[in-house]
Design a protein around this ligand. Structure first.
Ligand SMILES: [Zn+2]
Length: 398
């Protein structure tokens, strides 16, 4: 783990330096992870804030693994409409064992397992707290943050994950990458304080239900703009390594933001609350170990306290993005990168009882443009305006 983790952190840190961002993956995942730390009670916050950079950098590791681990991709989504277009949430049992008995493990693997991966990561984090293993706590907190955040993206709940079945290819990167990166300074990122969750499984399924409810708007609003915008204005083409790729233009992104920006912001604003609540739940389930005792020095330094104070005040004012205080926005100073690598070197081995704990590889940090894309899909369709969409829209409006 140590050997692989070092180059991983180095490359991730360099990616931050060069400002490369991919999907909810990089910019979004980092932002959600950082905000989740602000959301914690004081008894947990000092430890998490001390490890903020590692948490933020490691929060994209699951996407980085996808290039090298064939088992990774389906852990990031669940194609609910595969099971039923009318009432998928009534068809799929919440618990993994029951769902596997009904549909087979192969089917679950093919159409995505994100709700159960969230549970798996929460259990691993609880165990890490029990073991008082600070490296594992940071590792599983970052992993948990990633998968929870993925569940907040509507396109992670459909077979038409990139609009590829409705001639809207590129929608995935537009929604979860282009829009947040372009409009982050207009977003509100306040969150409810972390709270103990009696049923993490129920909580993640609720999120997936909401995400699914947003799909109708996600597709329909794009279609509306497509009808009024000429193809040459709609897309930007780039040529790399002899290949031409197409993405939605900034002009399209501007129009799409007017139509669904509130929804993207809403999903990004809600995610940190669940991430921090799951961190807190794992900590409480492990008997609330003293996290300050895991820090050396065990108390927050004066500099840490001042820095956190400034960030919390900015976050509460809702100006954290305008103030350029998100790590995802910043070009790291060389000293910070060296520091990260130094602390990575000091890390011990993470627990090996998890299938993905040894997966990161140094050459894994080259996610494709649509890094959150699922496996090849065959079924044709998917456009809907469900009652759920309407309900959530109303919620958004107030
Ligand atoms: Zn992902």
């Amino acid at each position: 783990m140590k050997k692989i983790l070092l180059p991983l952190l180095l490359l991730a840190a360099l990616a931050l330096v060069t400002g490369s961002a991919q999907g909810w993956g990089f910019f979004g995942h980092r932002t959600i992870t950082q905000i989740a730390v602000y959301d914690l009670p004081a008894s947990m916050q000092s430890f998490y804030y001390r490890n903020l950079l590692s948490l933020v950098l490691q929060s994209t590791a699951p996407d980085e693994r996808r290039g090298t681990d064939p088992n990774e991709a389906s852990r990031h989504f669940i194609d609910m409409d595969h099971y039923s277009e009318e009432d998928p949430f009534g068809k799929v049992p919440r618990e993994y064992e029951k769902a596997a008995t009904k549909f087979s493990t192969d089917t679950l693997k093919k159409y995505g397992t994100v709700p159960w991966v969230v549970l798996e990561m929460k259990d691993s984090l609880t165990e890490a707290f029990r073991m008082r293993d600070s490296t594992a706590i940071v590792h599983y907190s970052a992993e948990l943050s990633h998968y929870v955040s993925d569940a907040f993206v509507p396109l992670h709940t459909t077979i038409n994950y990139d609009g590829q079945l409705t001639d809207q290819k590129g929608l995935h990167a537009l929604w979860e990458s282009q829009l947040p990166e372009r409009f982050i300074s207009t977003y509100h990122l306040e969150a409810e304080p972390a709270k103990y969750l009696k049923s993490p499984l129920e909580a993640i399924w609720t999120v997936l239900g909401q995400s699914y409810g947003f799909l109708g708007e996600t597709f329909d609003r794009a279609l509306k703009i497509e009808k009024t915008m000429k193809p040459e204005v709609r897309y930007t083409f780039s040529h790399r390594y002899g290949k031409t790729s197409r993405r939605f233009s900034d002009a399209f992104a501007d129009e799409y933001d007017k139509a669904v920006g509130g929804m993207v912001n809403y999903r990004m604003r809600m995610a940190p609350g669940l991430v921090s609540s799951l961190w807190l739940t794992a900590w409480q389930d492990a008997g609330k170990p003293d996290l300050n005792a895991l820090m050396h020095p065990s108390k927050p330094t004066k500099e840490e306290r001042e820095k956190l104070g400034i960030e919390l005040a900015s976050w509460k004012r809702n100006t954290i993005a305008q103030d350029q205080l998100l790590l995802a926005q910043q070009k790291l100073k060389k000293a910070d990168v060296v520091e990260t690598i130094k602390s990575a070197r000091d890390m011990g081995d993470a627990p090996a009882n998890n299938a993905d704990s040894d997966a990161p590889a140094s050459d894994a940090i080259s996610p494709a443009a649509d890094d959150d894309a699922g496996p090849a899909k065959l079924k044709v369709k998917t456009k809907r305006t469900s009652a759920g969409t309407q309900k959530i829209k109303e919620k958004l409006d107030d």
